[in-house]
Design a protein around this ligand. Structure first.
Ligand code: NAD
Length: 470
């Protein structure tokens, strides 16, 4: 440990390191008490402050804050409290005949000292969500939230300082340099939510100590709409999911692949729903947010300029205002394959619509890109749905809906390869922050002792019989 003495966060880390068994050995009831404190803080004490912080940072409508931040975390806590007793119990497993006289179980023990690095798009949900799992699993935690949403990070710091002593949970604010220093410390587990590029940096740093990682990353999540789909319903759900949080969601539909024979009707329906949701001037709508920072605004603006330069067709939207970091809900078709919008994760309120001639071509298009975090299918055809699911890979899929699979605590949430490693949500989050310790206990004489040296002919025959029959 002395190698880390010069690290600015070593003292904090060491306090948690020393305290990890005290925290890890707390009873089920004590873990519930901690979760209750967090729940009370989010649901009652700081509820209005959370709404205000998110309004300042992201222009997030209060209703969206209630649903996607407050309700999301409180839901996580309630679910964990309901199931924690079961999760913490020893999970008995069977014993093969060759090991007769013994019994075996799995003990979910805390990983130890954990690091949570979170992004800005759902600052509370994506920081406190993993924290709920970490607490449920009995860990100590250092949190590094995003520097892009300073009001939210400041409030989270206040909440953490009020509820926890720093040898249990601590929050450190700052930019990349802070993460870089933290990542040098020998954490037992790192839970990172952010971009695939930074995910690679985190994984490399973790490899120095062989820390386990959960990487919740992003990427381009496709939406396939086939010709059997209910066009109006599909348009309504896709427009809602795309422009929620102004498109700044990891599971936001990144682009639509649509059967070319229904493309005109689909675009008409999408325009109707944008108008219904945000009226004539979305900039003035209280239901529509803004882009998080100037840097992200510039990035998205560059994608729009690039699309214009390539003569893409702006079906609706395209208006921007740098001073309020506003980008209108935008649908673009006829994009050239080299357009930035078809190459990079968009993470903003711009939706490319790509027409396909056959479902095979749509599947091939999806498979030509890195494996996505989410893949959405709008179809009434079981055969088509099945064809898409069996011939593609994705972290998760919603059929005839978007985004909402994330809300079901019974489903694991996470990506695959470029979109992530490991899972979160409910039991899967608890599992990410736990070591599955295998325990085998010998109660009586074990037959394996018959095979101890010296190896005689009799023992060789016994070994052959064991291989053949057990
Ligand atoms: P980001 O990767 O830029 O930053 C995430 C966190 O990493 C922040 O706390 C940041 O300070 C830190 N960070 C940035 N650069 C770093 C570096 N070089 N070394 C160490 N730490 C560094 O991501 P973002 O812009 O905050 O969020 C957007 C991305 O996150 C998108 O790709 C999105 O899809 C993804 N995301 C994924 C999920 C999910 O659950 N899978 C959820 C939300 C966002």
């Amino acid at each position: 440990m002395k190698d880390f003495n010069s690290n600015p966060y070593f003292e904090l880390f060491f306090k948690q390191h020393e305290n990890q068994y005290a925290i890890g050995n707390r009873s089920y009831k004590d873990r519930i008490k901690t979760l209750n404190k967090l729940q009370w803080a989010i649901e009652v004490t700081y509820r209005v402050e959370i709404q205000k912080a998110l309004l300042k940072d992201l222009g997030k409508p209060v209703l969206e804050t209630e649903l996607t931040e407050i309700y999301a975390i409180v839901g996580d806590i309630k679910y964990a409290k309901k199931h924690l007793h079961q999760w913490m119990r020893k999970q008995s497993v069977g014993t093969p005949i060759a090991l007769i006289g013994s019994s075996s179980y799995i003990k979910y023990e805390p990983k130890g000292v954990c690091l949570i690095i979170s992004p800005w798009n759902f600052p509370f949900n994506l920081t406190f969500g993993p924290l709920v799992s970490a607490i449920a699993a009995g860990n100590t935690v250092i949190i590094k939230p995003s520097e892009m949403t300073p009001n939210s990070s400041e409030l989270m710091s206040k909440i953490v300082n009020t509820i926890f002593s720093e040898d249990e949970v601590a929050l450190v604010q700052g930019e990349v340099e802070v993460s870089t220093e933290l990542l040098k410390l020998p954490f037992n587990h790192i839970f990172f939510t952010g971009s695939p590029n930074v995910g690679k940096i985190v994984m490399k740093a973790a490899s120095q100590h062989l820390a386990s990682v959960t990487l919740e990353l992003g990427g381009k999540s496709p939406t396939i709409v086939d010709k059997t789909a209910n066009i109006d319903k599909a348009a309504k759900k896709i427009m809602w999911a795309k422009f929620l949080n102004t498109g700044q969601i990891c599971v936001s539909p990144d682009y639509v692949l649509i059967d070319k024979c229904i493309k005109p009707q689909f675009i008409t329906a999408c325009k109707k729903w944008i108008q219904t949701f945000y009226h004539d001037n979305p900039q003035a709508s209280e239901s529509y947010g803004k882009i998080v920072t100037d840097k992200h605004f510039e990035r998205l603006n560059f994608y729009l300029e690039n699309a214009k330069a390539l003569n893409a067709k702006f079906e609706i939207g395209g208006e921007t205002d740098g001073t309020s970091r506003y980008i209108a809900p935008t649908l673009i078709s006829d994009l050239k394959p080299e357009a930035k919008l078809l190459e990079e994760e968009i993470f903003g309120p711009i939706l490319p619509i790509v027409a396909y001639e056959s479902l095979d071509m749509a599947v091939a298009y999806v498979n030509s890109k890195p494996r996505p975090l989410a893949l959405y299918i709008y179809s009434k055809s079981k055969a088509n749905t099945n064809k898409i699911i069996t011939n593609t890979r994705a972290g998760g899929t919603c059929i005839n809906n978007s985004v909402l699979h994330y809300v079901n605590h019974n489903l694991p949430f996470g990506g695959v390869n470029n979109s992530g490693i490991g899972k979160s949500n409910g039991f899967y989050g608890f599992k990410s922050f736990s070591n599955e310790r295998s325990v085998m206990s010998q109660h009586t004489f074990g037959v394996t002792e018959l095979l101890f040296p010296p190896y005689t002919g009799f023992k060789e025959k016994l070994a052959q019989l064991t291989i053949k029959w057990f």
